[in-house]
Write a protein that binds this ligand. Structure first.
Ligand code: PMP
Ligand code: GLN
Length: 382
């Protein structure tokens, strides 16, 4: 159960949040907002509980939410998945990732991810028995080298996982990067699993779903989550969409992971996905302000801050303070200055870990005053 690279212990999020709580530190580690999402959505969930929507939902999710997911994709991206056969609701994006990887890959297959990669990809690839190849995203803008990307593909490449906007780096991939991924996935006949949980959280160029690119839809499974868009990470409502046969395979596995997902929350998220456009643009604008406050604060504290184009994370290089081991620093930071952050090397295999050795990831989905205070505390490291 330790996985192929021995990485399945306590997750870094659990570890750092425990330290943050122990030292009463400001937790800019685990990515969760310190303010809840829209009160009207909470009321809908409470009302659903009060009016008897408390038993198992259908395995693939309540129809109202599947319809809302399809409508949302049509409204924002011009995609039109069939809510009956091309959409399932999952217990967060985490379950969608697990179900897709376990359903579609196994021993003898290779799965390609960019590196750094979100922790659950590595864990689930390990559990599936497939091997895991990585292609580096290089600072400062964390883009892949398109001239050499093909070297990471082989005849065994069964799946390529894209995460855009990208956690932990905050990169948002432009069309040319996504187009090259699609070209190579077609050439090597790989499925594209694209994790777009931060689809609405971008600060410059608008998010481009992989499934909208020519030749992509027929081999692309798209994942998103209500946790990020609506600031309800604890509700654990996510979804998966794509071609019927790929969705059916993931659904087969989902039946035995959780069977179905939280009934009263599904009604509320259906209403969320139907909110007017200004909700989505305002959320991104508010977050952009928070990004700027934390980025400026960390710069003033002497760190080299790498611009975040999306998600609610920003990376900062601690080597400017003479600190080269961000992992050791992250374990001491809550006690030292009362702030918690996540070391970027934990999202990497060994080579990537040495490349990102001095990087810390800070979450900025917090009140502005909290971000200012955190930056002031980091400044005392100087
Ligand atoms: N994918 C990425 C890239 C994430 O950052 C996260 C969590 N923040 C997830 C998946 C998991 O989402 P959920 O909480 O909906 O399971
Ligand atoms: N996805 C969140 C992050 O990157 C954490 C989710 C978790 O704790 N597993 O911070």
């Amino acid at each position: 159960l330790l996985g192929t690279n021995g990485s399945l212990g306590v997750t870094i999020f659990e570890e750092i949040t425990t330290l943050a709580n122990r030292h009463k530190a400001i937790n800019l580690g685990q990515g969760f907002p310190d303010e809840d999402g829209p009160a009207e959505l909470s009321r809908i969930a409470q009302n659903a509980i009060a009016t008897g929507h408390n038993q198992y939902a259908p395995g693939k999710g309540i129809l109202e939410l599947r319809l809302a997911i399809a409508e949302h994709q049509e409204r924002f991206y011009g995609l039109a998945p069939d809510p009956e056969s091309e959409v399932i609701v999952t217990t967060g994006a985490t379950e969608a990732i697990a179900a897709a990887i376990l359903a579609l890959t196994g021993p003898g297959d290779d799965v390609l991810t960019f590196e750094p990669f979100y922790d659950s990809y590595g864990a689930m690839i390990g559990l599936s028995g497939a091997s895991h190849t990585t292609a580096a995203l290089l600072a400062p803008d964390f883009m892949p080298d398109l001239l050499t990307l093909e070297n990471s593909f082989s005849k065994n490449t069964k799946m390529v996982i894209v995460n855009n906007p990208h956690n932990p780096t905050g990169a948002v991939f432009p069309r040319e990067v996504l187009t090259e991924v699609v070209r190579l996935a077609r050439k090597y006949d790989a499925v594209i699993l694209t994790d777009e949980v931060y689809e609405h959280l971008t600060f410059g160029p608008r998010h481009i779903p992989v499934a909208t690119l020519p030749g992509a839809a027929e081999r692309t499974l798209t994942i998103s989550s209500a946790g990020k868009t609506f600031s309800f990470t604890g509700w654990k409502i996510g979804w998966l969409s794509g071609p019927a046969e790929l969705v059916a395979a993931a659904r087969t596995v989902k039946q035995f992971l959780t069977y179905s997902s939280g009934t009263p929350f599904q009604t509320a998220i259906a209403a969320g996905l139907r909110m007017e456009e200004s909700f989505f643009t305002d959320a991104a604008a508010t977050l952009k302000r928070k990004r700027d406050i934390l980025s400026e604060g960390l710069r003033a504290a002497g760190l080299d801050v790498l611009t975040s184009q999306g998600t609610y994370f920003v990376n900062a290089d601690t080597s400017t303070l003479g600190i080269t081991d961000a992992t050791a620093l992250a374990r001491r930071l809550p006690e030292l200055v009362g702030v918690a952050a996540i070391p970027v090397p934990v999202f990497c295999h060994s080579e990537g870990a040495s490349r990102t050795r001095s990087l810390l990831r800070f979450a900025f989905c917090k009140k502005e005053s909290v971000l200012e205070q955190a930056a002031e505390r980091i400044a005392t490291l100087k």
